[in-house]
Design a protein around this ligand. Sequence first.
Ligand SMILES: [Ca+2]
Ligand SMILES: [Ca+2]
Length: 510
Amino acid sequence: MLSGKMMEPQDDIEEDDSPSASAPPSSSPSPSSSPPPRALPRQRTSLQKSSVCSRSYFMVVMVFFHVYIINVIALLLYVHYNNGSNAISANRDFTSSDSSSHKVTGASDAQATADSGFPRNMFLPRIEGIRVGHVQKVSLVSGKVHEMKTLSLKPLLFEIPDFLSEEECAVVVRLAQLKGLMESQVMVPEGQEELDQQLNLSPEEIFNFLDLNQDGQLQPHEILTHSRVRDGIWLTSENLKEIYDGLKADLDGNGLLSLEEFGRLRSDAFQRFLLQRGVERSQLVRNSRHTWLYQGQGAHQVLQDLRKRVTLLTRLPSSLVELSEPLQVVRYEQGGHYHAHHDSGPVYPETACTHTRLAANTTSPFQTSCRYITVLFYLNNVQEGGETTFPVADNRTYEEASLIQNDVDLLDTRKHCDKGNLRVKPVKGTAVFWYNYLSDGRGWVGEQDEYSLHGGCVVTQGTKWVANNWINVDPDYQRQARYQLLVSQQESQEQEEPNSDQHIEAHQDL
Ligand SMILES: [Ca+2]
Ligand SMILES: [Ca+2]
C-alpha cells in the first residue's frame, strides 16, 4: 500500500535504511502471522467479582502475598550477584589491555557460549555514558589525549572534538570529490509492488497494520509515519489533504480513512498523484549527494588511520570494524537536509542483515543494514544550520505516534529542528557516535534503540560535509560468525591465487 506504492531511495539498502525502509508493512512479519507488538490490540483483563470476605479468600490472598515477597527478594539477590560477577568479568576481558580511562560494560558472559554451532568467543563491549556531560579521556592517537563527552544516555551518544585534524578533513573531502558524488536519493517510480505481492497482504491486513491505535480509522499521522521514509517523498499533513482532495479519497470529509475508503484506492494511488503533480528535491526524505570510500589495505593512509581510530574508540573487535561498510562521505548544499530516521531497522526473527545475507543462506524479504554503531564525522564548519538533531534523546518515554502532531512534526528537519531534544552543531574535525541497538545483556546486539532517531537539519547557509562509519553486526551471533568465517576462507584462497582486485570490489559493494 502506501509504503509499497511509492519509490524507495535507490541505494536504500546499502546506504540508509530507516526502519520503514525495510519495515512496515514490508519488513515486519506478515500481520496475520506475528504482527509487531504495537499493532496488537490492547487486551484488558476483566476482574471477576467474588466474595472478598470469606476466610478461604483471605488465606489465598495471604499465600500469594508471601510468595510474591519471596520472589521479589530472590530477584533482588539474583540481580545483585549477577551484576557483581558481570562487572568482574567485564573488567578482566576488556580493560586489561587498556591504557586509557575508558569506561566499558556489558561485555563478557563466559556462560553465554555456544547456543549451537560457533562458540561464543566474541563479545561487544559498550562504553558507559555515566551521565550527560560526563567527560572521559581516551587515547586514540599516540601523543594525544582526546576528550569524549556524553551527550545523552538514550541513545548512548558521545562527542569527541578534534577526532580528525584539519588536514585529515581536507583529505577526506578531496578524495570524495575525486571519486565523484551521486544523488543520495533518486526517484524510482517502478517496482514498488514487489514486496507487497511477495507478502501477499490484503488491503484489510495492510489497513490493520497501519491502524496503530486500532480504532478502525487511519489518522493522518498513522499514514505519514509509515509512508514517508520508504516511499522517498516526505509527505506533510498538508500534502495528505491535497492528495485526499485530488483522489477524492476521504469521501465523508472527516480527515480520516476508513477501511472502505482505503480499500477503494489503488495501491500506488498516492505515488502516482505526487509524480503527476511533480516532486522537488526539497520534498524528498533526504536532499544530499554522497560517495563511498574504501578503507582497507591500499586505501589512502588517512582513511586507514581513521578506521583504526574508530576501532580504538568503539573498542569493538577489529574484525568487525574491518568487515563493515566503507566510509560514506556526504555533501549537503544550501537547502540540503535529511529528515529524522533510524540508521538501521528493528530486527525480527525473520529479518536478515544486508552484510551477512549471503552467508545466512536466507530468502527472507525482510532486510536491514544492522548498523550497531554510527560514527559521524564533521568535515567542515557550516555557516548556518546543518545541525544533527536527536529529537527524542533522553525523553522519558518514546511514543512513535506522538512524534507527528498537527502543528509540530518532530521528524521534519526542515521545519521543526528547533523543537527536538538535542542538536549537535557541526564543528570541523569533531566526531559523534552512538549505538543504534541496545545490548542483549549477554555481550551481543539486542533490540533496536528507538531513541537513536536522528536527522540532518536543513543547511540554511553554506555547504555541509560529513562522513559516516557504520559498524555492522548481525544480532544473530551464529550468522555473524558464519559470515566472518566465509570471508576469512575467501581471503586465504585469494592469498593462494593473488588476484586481489575482486576482493576489493567485494568490500566496496558491502
Ligand atoms: Ca487509527
Ligand atoms: Ca473518511
